[in-house]
Design a protein around this ligand. Structure first.
Ligand SMILES: [Fe+2]
Ligand SMILES: [Fe+2]
Length: 212
């Protein structure tokens, strides 16, 4: 509750001065907004190195992001894809231990990739836009995502406690994603210029490509 209240008040405060924020965002930002050329060059160089490994698989895995236009849409689509994996796990029965282990691995990969994008691009951009409170709160919650994954990995897959824990985990992810999609991402996006948002999108795709 405290989190919701804090973020709501922050949002209200932010909304009342959105025009001022828009002007100030680029001025106070420590992010490398103006040098997208060099970042894109680095992305291209990094991509060239990665090609040797398994370009086809990576392109397929990141295809969704490449098609989506904006960084917040990319991340929201990943939220939905992740929740769909949770739903598949919740459909399993206690005897389906191999399927549970396989889906847990898939869930873990999806969450790791998503966290990598947010923690290397979006949360730093939030801090640059003077929104460290929400960035720190959300990044702290990512720690508990890993704790849930650890506990589920350690648990016998036929345990009667398995699905209740998955349900708690899903609820936590849904809350976290809702805060990002409805409060934090719109506020950050609104405070950036179109060029800055394009730059964030290219950086999110670049980080996602590394983890695909
Ligand atoms: Fe997150
Ligand atoms: Fe997220």
């Amino acid at each position: 509750m405290a989190r919701t209240n804090n973020t709501s008040s922050t949002r209200r405060a932010g909304t009342s001065s959105s025009r001022t924020r828009k002007t100030n965002a680029s001025q106070r930002s420590a992010f490398s907004w103006g040098s997208s050329g060099s970042w894109l060059g680095a992305a291209a160089a990094g991509a060239a190195i990665a090609v040797a490994a398994n370009l086809g698989r990576k392109l397929a895995a990141q295809g969704m992001s490449a098609r989506a236009g904006d960084w917040d849409e990319v991340l929201a689509a990943e939220h939905q894809a992740t929740l769909a994996i949770f739903d598949k796990i919740l459909e399993t029965e206690d005897g389906q231990t191999t399927k549970r282990a396989m889906l847990l691995k898939k869930l873990s990969h999806a969450l790791d990739k998503h966290a990598y994008e947010e923690e290397h691009v979006v949360y730093p951009a939030l801090r640059s836009a003077n929104d460290a409170h929400d960035a720190d709160l959300l990044e702290g919650e990512h720690g508990y995502v890993k704790t849930f994954l650890f506990e589920l990995n350690e648990m016998d897959k036929d345990s009667s406690d398995f699905l209740p824990k998955v349900r708690d985990f899903r609820a936590m992810i849904e809350r976290h994603a809702k805060m990002e999609e409805e409060e934090v991402f719109p506020r950050l996006k609104d405070g950036l210029t179109p060029e800055q948002n394009d730059h964030v999108t290219s950086l999110v795709n670049k980080e996602g490509f590394k983890m695909a």
